[in-house]
Design a protein around this ligand. Structure first.
Ligand SMILES: [Zn+2]
Ligand SMILES: [Zn+2]
Ligand SMILES: [Zn+2]
Length: 336
């Protein structure tokens, strides 16, 4: 019989196929790279094709918007939300609306078109993570913004419209629903137990070890007991930290090692598969009431299945591979 599992944070249910677990080789996934070489606006020499750079790590002898950079941050050319204007929240009968105010930036992770994060040096990835923080800290100065979301789409089936490796940062004028659910769930747990639920999960997972993939001094990666997707992976700081950008400078290399390690393992098992990751952190410009109960984390999802009618209709997720089995495959994947 399959198992119904309830997420202790957001309260959602999943159906885990513990009866007849699907093994890695039976997943059909799309290759993220088409190999088509159309002119790429993120490649060296094409800097004029993007909006002007906001910040870059580059050779000091080079000018902005020319080659010579290692990481480059630009505004999204087709932003979901725009920085100018007032939020102007208003009602329309029973409906609420506001102007599409926000910010939408792109971090071009490397000049190399065909490299993924796991192909970069640890220092290069550390630089990228520093820039995530630098941009977040800058964006949150704008009091209109309540949430800064960092996310990556890798491969067309994961929603990437350009192949060249990049991450996106979006600043939102309200806290998104998925985050709010976690914040409320974590807050309720804290009210009841006076402990952070994420810290409790860490303690239990480190003790049981069954779902752990990788760990080092400051971070660890595991397949959550209530995964929504097969081979879903979370990375969490071991120490209670509510904001992603509170991660200490000297701890960032540890995060880079874990992130590279899980991407390399996923690729070892599934080849060059599409994936998404998102960073869930505390809201900005808020009353700070969630600081003891909310713990930032990175959620990583290889794109192995499609969300179908049952999921859309119920909010339940069907998980063909139990996280215990997924973690075992990931832990044992041999990567250099
Ligand atoms: Zn490119
Ligand atoms: Zn915590
Ligand atoms: Zn989350």
């Amino acid at each position: 019989m399959s198992e119904l599992r309830r997420d202790p944070i957001a309260g959602r249910w999943t159906i885990v196929n513990t009866d007849d677990p699907q093994l890695p080789e039976s997943y059909d996934h799309e290759e993220p790279r088409t190999g088509k070489s159309t002119t790429c606006p993120f490649c060296y020499g094409n800097e004029a094709q993007t909006p002007p750079e906001i910040v870059a790590i580059r050779d000091p002898n080079t000018a902005p918007n020319t080659p010579g950079w290692q990481v480059r941050v630009v505004s999204n050319k087709f932003p979901a939300l725009q920085i100018e204007g007032n939020l102007d929240r208003r009602g329309l009968g029973i409906y609420d609306l506001s102007n599409g105010v926000g910010a939408h930036e792109v971090i071009i992770e490397t000049p190399y078109h065909n490299k993924d994060l796991c192909d970069l040096t640890q220092q290069e990835l550390t630089n990228i993570v520093h820039l995530y923080c630098q941009r977040t800290l800058d964006l949150e100065k704008d009091r209109r913004f309540k949430y800064i979301m960092i996310f990556k789409n890798y491969g067309a089936s994961a929603g990437a419209s350009l192949e060249h490796p990049h991450t996106q940062i979006i600043a939102l004028p309200m806290v998104p629903k998925n985050v709010k659910e976690e914040i409320v769930g974590a807050h309720n747990y804290f009210e009841y137990r006076e402990r952070c639920i994420f810290c409790d999960i860490i303690r239990q997972e480190l003790q049981e070890k069954e779902r752990i993939i990788l760990e080092n001094k400051n971070f660890f990666a595991f397949c959550p007991f209530v995964s929504r997707f097969p081979f879903e992976i979370w990375i969490m700081p071991k120490k209670h930290t509510s904001f992603f950008c509170q991660t200490a400078f000297e701890e960032i290399p540890d995060l880079a090692v874990i992130l590279q390690g899980i991407i390399a393992r996923v690729k070892k098992i599934f080849g060059d598969t599409a994936y998404n990751f998102i960073i869930h952190t505390s809201p900005v410009n808020s009353d700070g009431s969630n600081l003891d109960s909310y713990h930032w984390h990175l959620e990583f999802m290889p794109k192995l299945t499609r969300v179908a009618g049952f999921e859309w209709g119920t909010g339940f997720y069907l998980v063909p591979t139990p996280p215990e089995i997924a973690a075992k495959f990931l832990r044992e994947a041999k990567v250099d």
